[in-house]
Ligand binder design. Structure first.
Ligand SMILES: Nc1ncnc2c1ncn2[C@@H]1O[C@H](COP(=O)(O)OP(=O)(O)OP(=O)(O)O)[C@@H](O)[C@H]1O
Ligand SMILES: [Mg+2]
Length: 216
């Protein structure tokens, strides 16, 4: 998916979060975004998915103007095309691990094709843990459930907010392999927000977000 952000600006009241953010991400491309805590990285990622609003500029995906879609149309679009790894995971507490991972497929009315949920759990290093409830998992395990859920429906746009923040270096590298594999094998666009230098080093392009804009 081709993502284009043009002159994006957002503020809370008088306080600007960011201004003049312009960037493009092509299919199969992996872009990493770094910047200080509070500079607006999570907010920008939310805008890319139409999960937050902005005050200036446009966000388009394959020419579709996300800001012009209504709430419901945007939700349907997001369901089909976006995989989002939230900084705070947002794993649903009353669903077991397998149900959490299967959620995107279920919302699209698709079956657990070829045992894809179990394959995703294997891929993130949680084999056989599908029946566990989130409250019985560690922080790093929850993070990997969130990653499996973002990938299970093979979305064209992957937005990952600090997806390795709770992982040891070896598990983090495997998770990065998985995210990058999705972009290379399926031509997905990957936008990664991270404080991890080793994760950022694997990107095709590294961008720095500041209050005044985004630059290489
Ligand atoms: N609802 C809100 N009302 C007012 N300010 C907000 C609101 N939500 C976020 N902010 C502010 O917007 C700024 C950007 O927040 P954001 O979470 O995008 O930062 P971030 O770059 O992801 O930080 P971190 O690296 O710590 O995750 C912060 O200064 C935050 O305090
Ligand atoms: Mg953040």
């Amino acid at each position: 998916m081709t993502l284009r952000i043009t002159n994006l600006g957002k503020h809370y009241g008088e306080a600007p979060v960011f201004e003049n953010v312009t960037l493009g991400v092509e299919p199969g491309e992996f872009v990493a975004i770094v910047g200080e805590s509070g500079v607006g990285k999570s907010t920008l990622l939310n805008c890319m998915a139409g999960l937050d609003s902005w005050d200036q500029g446009t966000v388009t995906h394959d020419g579709t103007d996300i800001g012009a879609l209504g709430g419901e149309a945007c939700a349907l679009w997001r369901r089909r095309h976006v995989g989002f790894v939230f900084q705070a995971f947002h794993v649903l507490p009353h669903l077991d691990v397998a149900q959490n991972v299967a959620l995107p497929l279920m919302l699209l009315g698709r079956q657990n094709e070829e045992g894809r949920v179990a394959k995703m759990l294997d891929a993130v290093g949680l084999p056989g843990m599908g029946a566990r409830l989130p409250q019985t998992l560690s922080g790093g395990q929850l993070q990997r459930v969130a990653i499996a859920r973002a990938l299970v429906h093979r979305p064209a746009l992957l937005l990952a907010d600090e997806p390795t923040g709770n992982l040891d270096p070896s598990t983090a590298a495997k998770v990065m392999d998985l995210l990058i594999g999705q972009t290379r094998e399926h031509g997905a666009s990957l936008v990664l927000v991270t404080h991890s230098e080793s994760a950022a080093a694997r990107a095709d392009r590294l961008l720095h977000l500041t209050a005044g804009g985004i630059r290489a």
